[in-house]
Design a protein around this ligand. Structure first.
Ligand code: PFF
Length: 539
């Protein structure tokens, strides 16, 4: 197999665009507005900002530092830190697989709805249209029983786009695509917000969103919501940022990039809040009710409330619909690309297989799983259970384990602090270690405890026990087992890489100079190093 040197981003802006593209997703558009509204409105912005600064950005810096220092996918990077930590990496790979297969189908619905907006196909009952006519949802959750072709073909198209972008590679695929998609997304979304703000009742919507309820700040649940939103929204705990940072050049401004990505993501989130609530204000005013009656999030917001709003608009409904659903699709695709790349890069590092071959085999298998499972009458239930369990006991738990293992068990924070500070514009200090080693694990642990308590008192959504055992707990625990099992299988290339790392470390006198770690893609299974043919640029 021809060993290819590791790919690299073309420019810093390219990396940033990709990282921002990953962060801006459905979470920004359909999750943030309602979470903010429901947790104190304007007052929510304070816990939210504190969560961004004390946990979001510090964790982002940690993931960037790991990826950049070890220039490897998550499992290999963690293994290079400590052999058993590799299991966390494969666990995250499994989490990414689960999320990718269902997230893609939501993007596919968006594709269909962009088109439906033009003729307002949903008629005068968008709710019945979405669940009965479009998804053809079965009466009960259970095993898949049939195929819904109206969902299947846009899903195939979504996967085709994602796999082509990934096959083109980091620079020519991901970087190029996000450099087109993200500016386009911003333009479409700003137009949408402008149109929303001109609607009758927009002010009522904004009032409902921003009127602060200061008492919320004394409510622990509000703080949990703020930290939860920041983790999900910044794509932390998925290993996406470890993966993306592994393609950075040696000289890279890690902390500066984390600040830019963090604030860009939150700005978009705020913009989405304004657009969504202006539209909800219009909806409430048109129906003669309060915003309280119509405020919602997730699927209900995008595929029921928005179609209703579009149909109620006296003018420009089609345009409004196309802007909204196209934004949803673009935001979703760039996140989907990032999450599938986690899987691709891990398999590439492990097997030494080329990119195109890995995309065809592993990306193809991921797409197939998605296409077999979700365009079905039971697809929506499976999606809902996967989403709930993998978020609560996948991402959040993996994030917690990561900070505990790297911060407390292996005590690596000083190493990463030095690594990031030595190359970045903003230097890290004690505050970073306290935020990451102290505050973050306490909060994540608290979040975990809180949701586990709710889980054990009642079945999620009242779904049958047997269904939750498979599609809920089974998936969450299965991902952990997968991580441990794969990490236990011996791996020749990794041993060769470990030998290289040890030789490098031994060559550095008493650890005063930083150890320059070898790019793993240049080390073959036999331990030989492929000649350095990439141009280490100084951009
Ligand atoms: N930050 C993303 C969002 O807000 O939607 C989280 C995400 C979800 C990233 C799914 C990637 C993904 F495939």
């Amino acid at each position: 197999m021809g060993q290819q040197p590791r790919e690299q981003w073309g420019t810093r802006a390219g990396f940033l665009m990709a990282a921002i593209g990953s962060a801006i997703g459905l979470g920004n558009i359909w999750r943030f507005p309602y979470i903010a509204y429901d947790n104190g409105g304007g007052a929510f912005l304070i816990p939210y900002l504190i969560a961004l600064l004390t946990a979001g950005i510090p964790l982002l810096i940690l993931e960037y530092s790991i990826g950049h220092r070890y220039r490897s996918s998550a499992p290999l990077a963690y293994r290079r830190i400590s052999r058993p930590a590799e299991a966390i990496g494969w666990w995250q790979v499994a989490i990414c697989f689960v999320i990718a297969i269902y997230y893609a189908v939501i993007v596919a619905w968006g594709v269909r709805y962009t088109w439906f907006s033009v003729g307002q196909q949903w008629g005068n009952d968008p709710d019945a249209f979405f669940f009965n006519d479009f998804l053809q949802v079965s009466a009960e959750p259970g095993m898949v029983s049939g195929f819904v072709s109206g969902v299947a073909w846009p899903l195939i198209a979504v996967w085709a786009v994602v796999l082509v972008v990934l096959a083109l590679g980091v620079r020519k695929g991901i970087e190029k695509a996000t450099k087109i998609f993200i500016p386009l997304l911003v333009v479409l979304f700003v137009l949408l917000v402008i149109q929303a703000l001109t609607l009758d009742g927009a002010a009522a919507g904004l009032d409902a969103l921003f009127t602060p309820d200061w008492s919320a700040m004394l409510d622990g649940g509000v703080w949990i919501a703020a930290y939860g939103q920041i983790f999900f929204s910044l794509s932390i705990g998925f290993a996406i940022m470890v993966t993306y940072a592994s393609y950075l050049r040696r000289k890279a401004n890690l902390t500066g990039s984390a600040l830019v990505a963090g604030f860009a993501n939150s700005s978009f989130e705020l913009l989405a809040g304004i657009g969504v609530f202006a539209a909800l204000g219009f909806m409430a005013t048109a129906a003669g009710t309060s915003v309280d009656e119509v405020a919602t999030s997730g699927i209900g917001l995008a595929f029921v409330a928005f179609p209703q709003i579009i149909s109620t608009l006296p003018l420009g409904g089609a345009l409004f619909g196309v802007l909204f659903f196209a934004s949803l699709v673009i935001a979703g695709i760039t996140s989907l690309i990032s999450i599938v790349q986690v899987i691709i890069s891990a398999v590439q590092d492990r097997t030494g297989m080329g990119r195109v071959q890995t995309v065809l085999l592993v990306g193809g298998a991921t797409a197939l799983a998605s296409i077999l499972l979700f365009p079905t009458p039971e697809g929506l239930y499976i999606l809902d259970a996967f989403d709930h369990f993998i978020n609560q006991y996948g991402i959040a738990l993996a994030g917690l384990v990561m900070v505990l293992v790297f911060g407390w068990v292996l005590r690596k924070l000083p190493l990463f602090e030095k690594h990031a500070s030595s190359i970045s514009s903003v230097r890290l200090d004690w505050w970073w270690k306290i935020a990451l080693g102290g505050l973050t694990p306490v909060l994540l642990g608290f979040m975990m405890w809180d949701s586990l308590r709710a889980e054990l008192t009642s079945n999620y959504e009242g779904y049958p026990e047997s269904f939750l055992l498979v599609a809920g707990w089974g998936i969450a625990i299965g991902a952990i087992v997968f991580g441990i099992v794969v990490a236990c299988i011996p791996w020749k290339r990794a041993d060769a890489i470990a030998r290289h790392d040890a030789e490098r470390a031994a060559a550095v006198p008493d650890g005063t100079a930083p150890v320059e770690l070898e790019d793993p893609s240049r080390i073959t299974a036999s331990g030989a190093t492929v000649p350095n043919s990439d141009q280490e640029g100084n951009r």
